[in-house]
Ligand binder design. Sequence first.
Ligand SMILES: Cc1ncc(COP(=O)(O)O)c(C=O)c1O
Length: 316
Amino acid sequence: VTDLRLPPEALHPDEFNAPAIRMVPFEMGDLQANARVALESEGRHDMEWQRHFEREGVHTLTSSGREAIDLALDDIGLGPGDSVLIVTTTGGPYISACVTQTIERRGCRWSRTLGPDSRAILMIHEFGFPARLPEAERAAGLPVIEDCAYAFGTASVEGSIGRFGDYVVYSLPKAIPVSYGGVLLSPGPLRKTSRLSPEARAELPALATHHLAASSDDQARRRALFEVYRARFGAEGFQPLLEPEAGVVPHAFIVALADQPLAERMKPMLHKAGIISSVFYGGGGYFLPNHQRLSEAAVDYVVANFLAAHRQALSA
Ligand SMILES: Cc1ncc(COP(=O)(O)O)c(C=O)c1O
């Protein structure tokens, strides 16, 4: 039983009237608010945003997280025939196509195990939950790219997230209300420059500075919403698949759901209700939005729809 009492018409609106509950915080109104922030910054050359990535080295703004990965692969010198070892938090088969397609577009291959053609390691901190590099892979001495696309703000118990890799990648829309942008941290100046447009280059430092200044509140909000999800789901017998240890900023709530065909039947029902979410393929879960702009009512709506879809999928 959730706290929001909704008539079935409100819980299952016509798809043309459904809300948009997305994985990321950006809303249309931000375009105007962001334009104002950029204007008021008066084009000052602003390096302040770099402060939020506590680390030595070169900080580069990119058009996306994908471009940041591509620039890192380029800088390491990966080309056709080379392979990237991918290590994730859960070790499950799920890897965002954003990542694999970026690797494949360079003519490179990727693998989940170390091989003679492995030239780099890409570590993905899935939805903010820290991945760890096993000793055998670490001993290979390959350059490491940490993919923190969904992990802005997370620190591990060892405090190493975003500090450990030779390169670190972020995707800004997953952290703050902007609709494009990425960050690449590198040990030195990059061989190639970002294809970020001159207009974006002029505004993005101001937007990043402005929004990242609120990041500790945003992170507290994500942790609090995770607990709202936990309470609502717990009352119905569902548990989170991954537990946020100290320092973790969860960028999704993954519900443990072992029955994958069932989860696959639920996905279109949740999408029809305007809830962007997906099966955590091969990992025994279903991931749901958890960002700072969500209200508790949104979480109630998501949970109520999840439960309804679960019932319907079971009886289908
Ligand atoms: C793990 C991971 N890395 C990188 C990216 C790419 O980020 P962007 O959408 O900014 O290109 C994504 C996108 O979903 C992702 O999930």
